[in-house]
Design a protein around this ligand. Sequence first.
Ligand code: NAP
Length: 257
Amino acid sequence: MGERGAAVAAEADVLREGIDLGLSLIDTAEMYGQGGAERVVARAIAGRREQVFLVSKIMPQNASAAGVPRHAEESLRRLGTEVIDLYLLHWPGSYPLAETVEAFERLREAGKIRYWGVSNFDAPAMVALHRLAAGTACATDQVLYHPDERGPEFDLLPWCREHHMPVMAYSPLGQAGRLLRSPALRAVGARHGVSAAQVALAWGLRDGNTIVIPKAADAAHLRENAAAASLTLTAEDLAEIGAAHPPPRAKRVLSML
Ligand SMILES: NC(=O)c1ccc[n+]([C@@H]2O[C@H](COP(=O)([O-])OP(=O)(O)OC[C@H]3O[C@@H](n4cnc5c(N)ncnc54)[C@H](OP(=O)(O)O)[C@@H]3O)[C@@H](O)[C@H]2O)c1
């Protein structure tokens, strides 16, 4: 979103309809559309800021002691808000993590963000983060996770659960590629009278510690995705999906897009 000026109004409309449907978490980043996505979000939340939980991200090359407050202010300005609910380090970078965490804590104390977290951090990186002075304040790890990307189940998801940290699954529809043609997802969907996309979202939500953040610019997709929140998969469904999309049997390095 926010990459084409001509589409901005329609994209904001879809986000607004999502809020109407109760999809109150909006995930964005300074990187998306080079700030354009944050501007779309600003249009969507104008006059209803209190109804949404806003997530944005800083790129690692900006995540220094001086860069964090500057880039956060720029995101706040583009988003047209006083506070970002959750501010994430988009992926691990070269500035010392302790420096970024310290800068996030200063932002929190200044009331510019409510929580901070990370994205694309594998389990060893989470362990290292937790060793830092304020590292345990990390609110989430946002990672690539869907039925064809189950690597996080081996160690990362258990670690997050053990540390009472919710996980955000990005690209939960596999970017609407091969995943949505999965015969298993389609067969399960047919039993419930829903689409493969809805099955993928319900699958992502199944453990109660993970939220899914599908992107939809198409209003029909948005409505379908919102309805997936009330779909509960049975043990038989999960077994069928697991047979076609097996969980990892060994450690795999975290994939990222
Ligand atoms: N932290 C990170 O590094 C990172 C990386 C990638 C993504 N993300 C976050 O995750 C979000 C989602 O990821 P994503 O966009 O990569 O992948 P995704 O949500 O898995 O897939 C998006 C694609 O699926 C289509 N779609 C949506 N609902 C559908 C439905 N019900 N049926 C069929 N197709 C449907 C969308 O089309 P339409 O738009 O036409 O509706 C779009 O082409 C992003 O918006 C971003 O916020 C984070």
